[in-house]
Design a protein around this ligand. Structure first.
Ligand SMILES: Cc1ncc(COP(=O)(O)O)c(C=O)c1O
Length: 496
């Protein structure tokens, strides 16, 4: 007889009902050929006794198996595995299992060169980030209330279906008004494509602007995900220096004089990763160059809302009289990364083409969430939220910078950022970030992949450290762990 007792394993603590656990295990055994076609299954009463479960559990399992076609019940004879069941040979089955993790799978495919974006968290560990908001300050209750009300409204049923790939009309109207008022744009809803965040805007722009060998110019240090997006498109990246006023437009002009460039990518507020703001003079210079040489400016204004020392500077898009700018933003930084609501703003024809591409990768956005944000913005809640968190983050910036200065100035140098959620921290050239990251793990501190800040390999020895996610106590703890790390690094150097 088939060894049911040793082959079937029941987990009584699992949330999965016992009959389903049994059913799934039976299916595996049948698929593997371990219980071959034609086999008569043990009676329900006997199996229940063997496994110490209620007979009803086994009956439910057999019924489920019969419903799925894995067994057939012949009255007065019993339950059988059907003849001619198309099975995987046991050998093949084993191969498939292994291939999931280590060997070739049963078909060929094109591997990407994209890096992994892993977010795995361990308890008690601290994770350095690029500058991310604090989820504890996210107005989830307010947003949930709005969402619930919208979802429950009977005449909102139309939003549950297939809708425009360009995004919800109400949100586009609200956003057009909001951005016209706050950022000096002059747009209508037709200039807006609602995206799932800024990254989608960068990707869609890249699809429409760049083909193999087309030139895009970026800062010598630049937002790595943007670089990777452009490289994925097989574009050629040229880099220009970045100083305390942002990307150097004179260097850009020199390139334009000798080469045909398709686009410039810029994080006007605040340059990613160094955190500086593109000066007003360079903004105008850049717009004039775009007009003269006919290139697109991808303006990724991910950090517009976070300015501590001055009011935000109007985006390039607000002076864009010649239609050169593709303006990209989202609520993902301002409210929380989980709310994938962003926008791409450009000439209507460009928006239309971008919407078409979007339709084939994502079909459409979440209309209920988009309506929620339409209301959140229109009611003034978004502005209130920004004002509230700005005060908190400013305090955190001050504390973090003070602690860095007091406790860690032997190892690091930095300029206090005027805005944003991160500090650009330069490590004393005696040490490397690779060394520091590896030692930091001893103190349950994960610094992550630091090479992404220097794809151009200029050897600046700097990384971004986000402060906004951590409250006062956590910032103190963070500094403590960094200090312990550095002391250990020094120690290791001594004995090296
Ligand atoms: C400069 C920059 N652009 C774009 C993004 C992507 O933002 P989103 O979450 O809106 O896709 C980020 C996220 O960290 C960023 O730092």
């Amino acid at each position: 007889m088939f060894p049911y007792k040793t082959s079937l394993d029941i987990d009584r603590k699992s949330k999965e009902p016992l009959f389903l656990q049994l059913t799934n295990q039976f299916i595996h055994l049948i698929k593997e050929g371990k219980i071959p076609s034609g086999t008569k299954l043990i009676g329900t009463r006997s199996l229940a006794e063997l496994l110490q479960v209620h007979r009803k559990t086994v009956v439910a399992c057999y019924e489920e198996l019969a419903m799925q076609g894995w067994v057939e019940t012949i009255p007065k004879k019993g339950t059988f595995i059907p003849e001619n069941l198309p099975l995987l040979k046991s050998e093949d089955y084993r191969k498939t299992k292994i291939s999931e993790s280590i060997e070739k799978i049963g078909f060929s495919f094109y591997k990407t060169t994209l890096p992994e974006k892993r977010v795995e968290r361990k308890v008690d560990w601290m994770y350095i980030n690029d500058g991310v908001s604090d989820g504890r300050l996210t107005p989830t209750d307010d947003l949930a209330k709005i969402y619930r009300r919208i979802a429950a409204k009977k005449n909102n049923i139309e939003h549950l279906g297939y809708i425009s790939t360009q995004g919800n009309k109400q949100l586009r109207n609200v956003l057009a008004n909001y951005l016209n008022e706050t950022r000096g744009l002059s747009i209508t809803k037709d200039h807006i494509l609602i995206t799932r965040g800024s990254q989608m805007g960068i990707w869609l722009s890249s699809q429409l602007l760049l083909k193999k060998e087309d030139i895009i110019v970026v800062g010598e240090t630049n937002y790595a995900s943007a670089d990777i997006t452009f490289l994925h498109q097989k574009a050629k990246i040229l880099r220009i220096p970045v100083d305390e006023n942002g990307i150097c437009t004179v260097a850009l002009e020199k390139i334009c004089q000798s080469q045909n460039i398709k686009a410039v990518y810029v994080t006007s507020h605040h340059h990613h990763p160094t955190t500086v703001t593109l000066s007003a003079e360079r903004r105008i210079y850049l717009l004039n160059l775009a007009k003269t040489y006919g290139f697109a400016i991808i303006e990724d204004d991910y950090d517009y809302d976070f300015n501590y020392n001055h009011a935000p500077i109007l985006p390039l898009a607000s002076h864009d009289v010649h239609n050169n700018v593709i303006y990209i933003g989202s609520v993902c930084k301002t409210v929380a990364p989980v709310f994938r609501v962003g926008y791409l703003i450009a000439d209507k024809e460009f928006v239309n083409e971008a919407s078409k591409i979007r339709g084939f990768i994502d079909r459409q956005g979440d209309a209920l969430q988009e309506l929620t944000f339409a209301e959140f913005i229109k009611s003034g809640d978004l502005d209130r939220h920004i004002r509230k968190v700005l005060k908190v983050y400013e305090k955190r910036r001050d504390l973090f910078c003070n602690l860095l200065k007091e406790e860690l100035s032997d190892y690091f140098s930095f300029t206090k950022p005027k805005g944003g959620m991160a500090v650009w921290l330069t490590l004393n050239k005696k040490y490397t970030w690779e060394q520091v990251s590896s030692v930091a793990r001893i103190y349950k501190l994960e610094i992550g992949d630091t090479t992404r800040y220097d794809l151009a390999k200029t050897n600046h020895n700097s990384i971004r450290m986000g402060f906004a996610t951590f409250n006062e106590d956590e910032l103190k703890e963070l500094i403590k762990r960094i200090k312990l790390t550095m002391e250990e690094v020094v120690n290791q150097e001594k004995f090296a």
